[in-house]
Design a protein around this ligand. Structure first.
Ligand code: NAD
Length: 382
């Protein structure tokens, strides 16, 4: 069986370990590898890369993986390692990706591609010049709930989409007790933190792929919690935004408003909910579920606070059933990228697409700083 060497940098982190190693690469190995169109099977052969030998060794042991290393240069020098993958904290990514491109590796990485649009475009240019396959995680597109929503849209059920309302977030504990469930760099601007840089890349590809290109943004944000406790129990000052309230104008005229917050308590079924209203119907999608209400089954609401509400509005929605085997969103995209590298299958999530996400994050930050709408020009490398 053919093996494909994959350098996994930043694999001891939250995303690296859980989503990319555990739920994707190890899971592909466990299912017996990836079967290609010509019926041949390819087996991922990961090398776990990081700074801390003890952590890497422990992780490799836990997952039954033979190869680990603390040297990027050594991993890159190995010809069998065809793919470089990066899930390091955001600001560390560009330099390692550049080294991988220079070594002629195909590159796949976490979002955001880089800390700035300028750097993201530079990486896109370099990847183009190197002639290698490149891709960035756009996992939300492969969530069961959003796949159902896409099906609802593509069947024309909603008619003309008028507006999208998104609620994302949950309470991230300040520490020490309970300890924070996100890394402390997320709350420090100089380390690449902030909810705008973290979440707007997701909103960009979700909105563009489901509804239309984002043409303008108006955003206001806050650093709500001034101090938190880090992984070592030390108090630190929060310098990055932890809540952002943004309105997006889309090509085609629809308006999207999305609240992103690490300082909100959840009173909805899922941590992300998108409510979409169209002329012919509406949909509410979460990570796994999607509910719909057609125009012909829309109750006639009448404002009258003097009597108990005669209509159960929540009850009047239908659930889109699950009709396919639901796989992990990260794994689906990993398999797509491997097929892209190995048999030239399409992969519409390259560096230039990812740069659009960083463009939207920068525009959001600019809108907040200058208290105004910011337009987003269409992007190309020319
Ligand atoms: N797709 C998604 O839904 C999603 C969700 C969360 C985070 N992310 C992205 O994944 C990336 C990692 O986030 P995370 O939450 O796993 O962070 P994390 O802090 O848990 O992991 C970061 C990794 O980078 C390494 N690292 C940190 N500082 C380093 C240094 N100075 N030198 C070398 N390595 C260093 C750490 O050892 C660790 O392996 C970020 O870019 C983040 O934006 C994506």
């Amino acid at each position: 069986m053919r093996k494909i060497g994959i350098i996994m940098n930043g694999v001891t982190g939250r995303m690296g370990t859980n989503q990319h190693l555990g739920r994707s690469i190890a899971s592909i190995c466990k299912q017996g590898g990836l079967e290609l169109k010509d019926k041949s099977v390819v087996m991922p052969d990961p090398v776990l890369l990081g700074r801390n030998a003890a952590k890497l060794q422990k992780l490799a042991q836990a997952w039954g993986i033979e190869r680990w290393s603390t040297s990027l240069a050594e991993c890159l020098a190995h010809n069998d390692n065809m793919i470089y993958f990066d899930a390091q904290s955001t600001l560390l990514r560009a330099e390692s990706v550049k080294a991988a491109l220079k070594a002629g590796k195909h590159v796949y990485c976490e979002k955001p591609l880089a800390g700035s649009l300028k750097e993201s475009l530079e990486l896109a240019r370099l990847a183009g010049q190197a002639g290698v396959k490149n891709g960035v995680v756009q996992d939300k597109l492969f969530l069961p709930g959003l796949l159902k929503l896409k099906q609802v849209i593509d069947r024309g059920f909603l008619g003309k989409v008028l507006s999208i309302r998104g609620e994302f977030g949950y309470w991230v504990f300040e520490g020490p007790m309970p300890p924070a469930q996100r890394p402390s760099w997320n709350y420090r601007k100089d380390d690449g933190g902030g909810i705008i840089l973290d979440m707007f890349p997701h909103w960009q590809y979700v909105l563009e792929n489901l509804f239309g290109r984002v043409t303008a943004v108006s955003c206001i944000a806050r650093t709500t919690i001034p101090q938190r406790v880090d992984e070592s129990g030390k108090v630190y000052a929060c310098t990055a935004d932890d809540a952002a309230y943004a309105t997006f104008e889309l090509a085609g005229g629809a308006i999207a408003h999305i609240n992103s917050s690490w300082v909100t308590r959840v009173n909805r079924k899922e941590l992300l909910e998108l409510h979409v209203d169209g002329t012919e119907g509406s949909a509410v999608a979460g990570l796994r579920e999607c509910k719909i209400q057609p125009r012909v089954a829309t109750p006639k609401a009448v404002w009258n606070p003097d009597i108990p509400n005669p209509i159960d509005f929540v009850d009047g929605w239908q659930t889109v059933p699950t009709t396919v085997v639901e796989d992990n969103a990260f794994k689906i995209q990993w398999e797509m990228f491997l097929r892209h590298v190995l048999e030239d299958a399409p992969f519409p999530h390259g560096f230039l697409e990812a740069a659009k996400g960083v463009q939207l994050a920068e525009a959001g930050l600019e809108s907040w700083a200058q208290r105004r709408w910011v337009e987003l020009p269409e992007m190309s490398l020319i």
